[in-house]
Design a protein around this ligand. Sequence first.
Ligand code: ANZ
Length: 870
Amino acid sequence: AERYNPREMEPHWQNVWNQNQSFIARNDDPRERYYVLEMFPYPSGRIHMGHVRNYAMGDVLARYHRAQGKNVLHPMGWDAFGLPAENAAIERKQNPGPWTRQNIASMREQLKSMGLSIDWTREIATCEPDYYQHQQALFIDFLAAGLITRKKSKVNWDPVDMTVLANEQVIDGKGWRSGAPVEQRELTQWFFKISDYADELLAGLDGLEQWPEKVRLMQRNWIGKSEGLRLLFEIAQGSETGATSIDVFTTRPDTIFGASFLALSPDHPLTGQLAATDPALATFVDECHSLGTSTEALEKAEKRGYLTHLTVKHPVIEGATLPVYVANFVLMDYGTGAVFGCPAHDQRDLDFARKYDLEVNPVVLPPGADAAGFVIANEAYDEAGTIFNSEFLDGLSIEDAKRAATAFFAERTVDGRPQGTVEINFRLRDWGISRQRYWGCPIPVIHCEVCGTQPVPKKDLPVILPEDVSFDQPGNALDHHPTWKNTTCHQCGGAARRETDTMDTFVDSSWYFARFTAPQATTPTDPKAASAWLPVDQYIGGVEHAILHLLYSRFFTRAMQKTGHVAVAEPFKGLFTQGMVTHETYKSAAGDWVLPTEVLIEVHGEKRTAKRLGTDAPLTIGSIEKMSKSKKNVVDPDEIVATYGADTARWFMLSDSPPERDVQWTEAGVEGASRFQQRVWRLVGETAALNEQSKDIVVKKDDKEAVVLRKTTHRAVHAISDEIEGLRFNRAVAQVYELTNALVRAAGVMAAAPESRLDALHDGVSRLVQVIAPMMPHLAETCWAALGHQGLVADAPWPEVDPSLLIDDEIIIPVQINGKRRGELNVARGTPRADLEQQVLSLDVIVRMLEGKAPKKLVIVPDRIVNVVI
Ligand code: ANZ
């Protein structure tokens, strides 16, 4: 038989699907909807194996649910704005537009060669005006709805990339791309008021049952709701500043007796006031600023402080005072920008206390510890215990002591205010979206000297990003554009300046899933289409987006709901985070990484060695790592598709590991997948040949072999459906292997009794082809046609499962008449009561004894016994 040739068949079927418009979703299709979406790619130029894995998974679901008779939406687009394109543009002194569009064109071809069931009529690219004009309209609506503000804010400034960086773009105090130490600057920025939604975003997580728990937890921590106390400390020394008290935020009022210092943020107003007359303090503050604003940077940095001349009264220890420091670990934009330090029970405070020789007073005693012998060495104790050394709090648990201290401070006053008030703080900050970058969505705003800052009227949208810019100077090219920047005010007709900041690219990806539901709509969404399709039933992507992208999208959806663009609050009903694709690494003697395609592996029993192809120079086999250009351990999907075909790549990606785990790409694994493809093809060939030979036979009832085969088939289909629905693709694959083995065995014994077996084989092989269609769609189409089926397997309904064939064993149920055994029923285990009743009443003995009358009573215990009372 001829070998299956993917190189010939794959483009053929892609063409057929395309001509048939097989994967175009219609908004007016009344069938049940299913929206499956993989995180859209950044058009870097080439797809990588991570994409292949991601899209293969999504495609299985799309094809499966389509076969289930649903109206499936499976779209694709491009997250096309952003720094890499701009950096490439600066290097080439050429606009990022053409570069990006070329990348999109080649990646689109690559994706098409994978045979994904994508509705390409809905394709969007965020860098095109027909997308971003709607984003500008959303901005204007959000602004009108009070969801956006403009405020001065400290930003991380990358002096090399000349841009503001988000906190997560600052790594160890350095810019994520430039590696330059980050500086702080104050700029007026646009902010989305995501913190207004902190409580809602937190509560909403409870309803997201089809999200991984770890992602929900990460979001919870990011939102960081914390309930505590605003506590006032009366100033003892330093009242010449005019301040009489300092507000701190604490979540541990139970530890108040252990307080040994107060610390102010370098940005606290009081710090500024003190620094004005204290040059040493001013220098210290400057040093703190060079750290960057990220929490991560602050946490890693060595704790440092500056002792001011201020002291405060200890709030519970009569006559005692506490020194006031300015400390680099206190953030101004959290709580009140001031803390009290309790070194015994907080590690930061302890590090600080050791450094500045401050008191360490334990006040929480671990369970079972001895109060007299309990000392804190270099580790703070932050777990459960009983309060001690704390007068009226002694003996209480932490929680009870928090309540008691809270009640105590609520009763007292400082400066005429209650000394303690309950306060809730969130870690979540407003989302600063201004970027001093060219390659992004222009913020649709003008600044007029007379009328102030004004949104561009919607009728004047889009504010087009000009393409005639120059990259001769560093910084934002829009700032140097001669005419774009200058405009006239639509209100007064006077001179005005366009906002030259563009939006954070996270904005672009915060609503594309909604745009896909009506990508040609003249408004951001067609609310009818959006409410019909949203939320996305299954979203699939990398866990690296677990926090920001998903949180921003959740906020955006709420904002779009408020402004009438969508009807739901949550964008993604189901979320799946896939693992990464890994590969062995190879190193030359000189220490350079070597591409897998340049490596020859030799196997000597247990041992494997590597040498360089061509030169035979020995190489070292290194660890298995995530595929990355830097370690050169990448495999190019194009080469795999050219050598083995897309189906093989897809199959391998799905088969080898649970989808949430990493999968290791190996040559042997790919070859195995390729062999399996040929095996299926041979089985189909044999089945078709047997059919052909037995054209004229008279089909008889199934014999025992055939019954077993049908059961095996139906059970496998049942299990595979279940595994696909649960996104356990590797287990679905394992079931496919088993079914194939059974069918190959059956084909071997067919000739003995074709009249009573061939139908079961043909049916089994046909079903096999159907269940592999979501994973190896091209092979499946080829097989489907070879088996003589009309139409496309892509259009065929998913094979139905006969429940009676799922039942394992048959049992014998005794049938009694008036308590005496008179016969038996031979039935499948689990046969329901109604079926048993029917079968009993048609038993010959019963029919005879009843003489046409109804029984007085019928006692049926399924799987056990039947008693007929006459
Ligand atoms: C005294 C104390 C004693 C604290 C103790 C902790 C342990 P979460 O849960 O994250 O909200 N804190 C308050 N504001 C801060 C700021 N602007 N910058 C840095 N740290 C700040 O953390 C609340 C705790 O973090 C607060 O409780 C405060 O230290 C500190 F044994 O107060 B605690």
